[in-house]
Design a protein around this ligand. Sequence first.
Ligand SMILES: Cc1cc2nc3c(=O)[nH]c(=O)nc-3n(C[C@H](O)[C@H](O)[C@H](O)COP(=O)(O)OP(=O)(O)OC[C@H]3O[C@@H](n4cnc5c(N)ncnc54)[C@H](O)[C@@H]3O)c2cc1C
Length: 599
Amino acid sequence: MTVANKSIPKRKFDVVIVGAGGSGMRASLQLSLAGLNVAVLSKVFPTRSHTVAAQGGVSASLGNMSEDNWHYHFFDTVKGSDWLGDQDAIEFMCREAPKVVYELEHFGMPFDRNADGTIYQRPFGGHTANYGEKPVQRACAAADRTGHAMLHTLYQQNVKAKTQFFVEWMALDLIKDEAGDVVGVTALEMETGEMHIMEAKTVLLATGGAGRIFAASTNAFINTGDGLGMAARAGIPLEDMEFWQFHPTGVAGAGVLLTEGCRGEGAILRNCNGERFMERYAPTLKDLAPRDFVSRCMDQEIKEGRGCGPNKDYIELDMTHLGGDTIMKRLPSVFEIGHNFANVDITKESIPVVPTIHYQMGGIPTNIYGQVVVPKDGNPNAVVNGLYAVGECACVSVHGANRLGTNSLLDLLVFGRAAGNHIVESGLKGKTHKPLPADAGADSVARVARLDDSTSGEYAQDVANDLRNAMQHHAGVFRTQAILDEGVGKIIAIAERAKNITLKDKSKVFNTARIEALEVENLMEVAKATIVSAAARRESRGAHTVDDYADTPEHPNGRNDAEWMKHTLWYSDGNRLDYKPVNLKPLTVESIPPKVRTF
Ligand SMILES: Cc1cc2nc3c(=O)[nH]c(=O)nc-3n(C[C@H](O)[C@H](O)[C@H](O)COP(=O)(O)OP(=O)(O)OC[C@H]3O[C@@H](n4cnc5c(N)ncnc54)[C@H](O)[C@@H]3O)c2cc1C
């Protein structure tokens, strides 16, 4: 075993960040500006991270266009989370929002402008004023390319601050010492196919979401949940993985996203009778009710035979009344997507849409400083030394059972920055590196060697496709207890097959099949976490709506607070589950007590 450590080339940094999306680059900027030696690893060039695809906006109660304040934002987020979000973290995020958005503006972010020069803000799902009374304009936007503008702004600032990027490097596993502290990661340089050890006083995971466990997804191909796989293999539980957000408006058949900003600008969902059906379900917010709610209403319309098209299997999004000028100014990418992916001119015709997997609410458990926390000696939130996580791979938990649109880009900025500050303030600079364990890297070497030495087995893409189809059916927007229970056995069986994946081409240089095989191992961890956690949660809450747990006087909307207002923790080892309480105590204000969600 000692051989592994000795034979692998090593590099040393103060901090190693895995992931160059919005969260990783917001954290690295804070660290580089403080003079720390920071390495950021990314599977793709930083500005190709999935953050680049974010369209609609980033939320902050600036009140530029309608009356707003952070208390309203706080209320909306707690309610949106269906009371599974931790109210300390939600207060922290909503209070910090204006600061981090203005900071981004000063970094050079090209937001759209109002006539008076202030940042343009559009309405979005579940964003309200006066505690649910009426829609508010809170989503700060750069047309429908907000993530693109943000990621480029952060990259430029990082280049200026001399952050070191390792582009096309894939992190494989966390390295822990005997005490269980994290002391680095192993990583594969894709160009050469060689393994390296990146030693660090602190490792920060910012690997983004894992939407690729589903067949129909708005997510990029690189969103394979690598950070979650790394954490799971290191014995760290994954939190609330049963909660996956379906975005109401993925282009039917293609999966590509049409931002909620479309409905923010006034687009309307219609069934086959041309009816604006959301008026029936959500009289106040209508098409701008939160995503879990709108997705379920669409599903209901389709199930009751009011879907559109020859097979009555989609809903139509109508933007024709917005006018060409507004569309070309506010939604230019949506216009292009309509043309390229649905052959529709959205200024003249409606576009077919279906709820499509979009975002994971769960992830690696952290506190509000981004430190990874696990249950230990009776403390549900004991800090893991040397390990932080931020962004979509983390669960802090601000989104609870359902995220509000534009709160993810905000989450990246707020917690990326907070984690950076916390690491700087921990006095890392003066500390020395803890020694690597003798067998550092042995697990990764063994994983890669198994692939390289394999002579028979299945191909990664076949196993991954079976997984995606099974997840789509067993953990989709429509869930029943029987479908979930059956899914558990199926997914665990597919995960077993992943241990037998073989490579046809064993070459090392830019061998993308080798990379994909390693990614599939991470997909399996995420899928198991999802299905096992989902089958165990015997209620409906937010995105996890199960037909068996329907609306009753005792449990309105199927939510059972007495038994289930708690966070799930899934451990890879034996698919074990544990639970921890939701924090209903904000930092400074009064708690928002659980209520039935209506819109
Ligand atoms: C189409 C789309 C539109 C969206 N629109 C909005 C919106 O308008 N507003 C909003 O708030 N949210 C939106 N979201 C959600 C939001 O964009 C994401 O949650 C967020 O950008 C994720 O950022 P991140 O920093 O966590 O990860 P990402 O931006 O996904 O970056 C992950 C990084 O990790 C790297 N990485 C992963 N694995 C490894 C590994 N093993 N080794 C090395 N590097 C690795 C990748 O290369 C990448 O650099 C949208 C999401 C999608 C998919």
